[in-house]
Ligand binder design. Structure first.
Ligand SMILES: Cc1ncc(COP(=O)(O)O)c(C=O)c1O
Length: 384
């Protein structure tokens, strides 16, 4: 795949290496949102079928991306909503505990902490060996070792949101199944850029904000709830999640049945007429590009950066634990941090500061010129 920058309206004179913060808008998503706004001038154009048709289409596209039945997909407004929904249906026996990654994203961390508080359960925070030169191997091992028959639930990001460290979801999912723990994954920083297969990884709930790697919008996310959540309790009672909701003339003939499978977990007003068309365009485009190609593109694009870091004696994580689309740069020792910030700004290179990492994230809208510019900036920021 060649760069897909032409499909975005990014300013030409910037180097946006920050999809992990927010993706730029696809031209097609922008057009869909504008069309939806124009349609809102004349609401009579929106038919009862429109309330349900696009959610169905979006769910099918997401299901294709993560290998599940579209009926197991639910629309959510944010990742925290998804975590609250999932955790509200996880039970806890006396003596059981929950597991989270060290430095997990706050939405996941606080959701699980609150679950522990309600259930008087211990929250175990698992990190890498402190003395290890690279983190991947020991972090994965420590996580697997910490999952025991006393584990009620594991909640973790599929890759670490700060540095892109990859976790072995297949082994972790298998261990959770073996001990009977619920496996909740935050896919916000990986789904759309890395292969995701909820069946192979034995994931019980997959929660994604959409405004990063899914090219959606702030305020709308998407999730998967496996059969462990069948028959569960939603966070709220939307009229749209009942089996008779499509019969507008008959809504107060209250139907106590929820729609099939994960339909009960949809947020109220799931047919969000502006944001949903945007997410639809994002998912359509990703499925057209394919995740395999996106990942390959990101990998090839970043080879020169890795070569540069190697030449400067930076210790790099093993490739098997490295994401190609998002990574935390450990900087060469002689980099002057203040000069670097100044040079990034002057050269209009956009990255993120996350903990000790300079987080660089790339996608198909990036070009070789973006990576070259970052390398030039790093080189120009060496203390003399
Ligand atoms: C791993 C991860 N999860 C979730 C989110 C977004 O959370 P929310 O949808 O609750 O705003 C982010 C945003 O940076 C993230 O990095």
């Amino acid at each position: 795949m060649d760069s897909q920058k032409h499909l975005f309206n990014l300013d030409q004179d910037i180097h946006y290496l920050n999809c992990g913060s927010k993706s730029p808008l696809l031209k097609s998503a922008e057009a869909a949102a504008i069309a939806a706004l124009i349609q809102a001038r004349n609401p009579f154009q929106i038919t009862p079928e429109d309330f349900f048709a696009l959610p169905k289409e979006v769910k099918a596209r997401f299901a294709e991306l993560i290998n599940c039945d579209p009926l197991q997909v639910a629309l959510i407004p944010s990742s925290s909503y998804g975590f609250a929904t999932a955790l509200g249906n996880v039970s806890c026996a006396p003596g059981q505990h929950a597991i989270v990654l060290e430095d997990e994203f706050p939405s996941g961390y606080f959701s699980l902490k609150s679950w522990c508080h309600k259930n008087q359960a211990e929250l175990k925070v698992v990190g890498p060996d402190k003395e290890a030169l690279t983190q991947g191997e020991s972090w994965n091992k420590n996580l697997l070792d910490s999952i025991t028959p006393e584990t009620a639930v594991v909640l973790m990001s599929s890759i670490h949101w700060m540095n892109g460290l990859k976790f072995d979801l297949e082994s972790i999912g298998q261990k959770c199944k073996t001990v009977g723990a619920i496996f909740i994954v935050d896919g916000t920083q990986s789904v759309g850029a890395v292969e995701m297969d909820v069946k192979r990884f034995k994931i019980d709930a997959l929660i994604c904000a959409s405004y990063k790697w899914l090219f959606g919008s702030y305020g709308i996310g998407i999730s998967y709830f496996g059969h462990a959540f069948d028959g569960g309790q939603p966070l709220e009672e939307s009229w749209m999640n009942r089996t008779n909701s499509q019969d507008f003339g008959n809504l107060t003939n209250y139907d106590h049945e929820y729609t099939e499978d994960s339909g009960r977990y949809n947020v109220g007003e799931m047919s969000n007429f502006i944001l949903l068309p945007m997410l639809n365009e994002g998912l359509k485009q990703i499925n057209e590009w394919t995740v395999v190609e996106i990942e390959r593109y990101c990998r090839e694009l970043t080879i020169p950066l890795y070569e540069y870091l190697k030449s400067r004696n930076v210790v790099l994580e093993k490739e098997s634990y490295t994401s190609h689309h998002l990574f935390g740069l450990k900087l060469p020792e002689d980099i002057d941090a203040e000069l670097l910030m100044d040079n990034l700004q002057k050269n209009r290179v956009f990255v993120s500061n996350r903990g000790e990492n300079l987080r660089v994230s790339v996608n198909v809208f990036n070009t070789e010129a973006d990576i070259d510019k970052l390398i030039q900036v790093l080189e120009a920021s060496r203390a003399s």
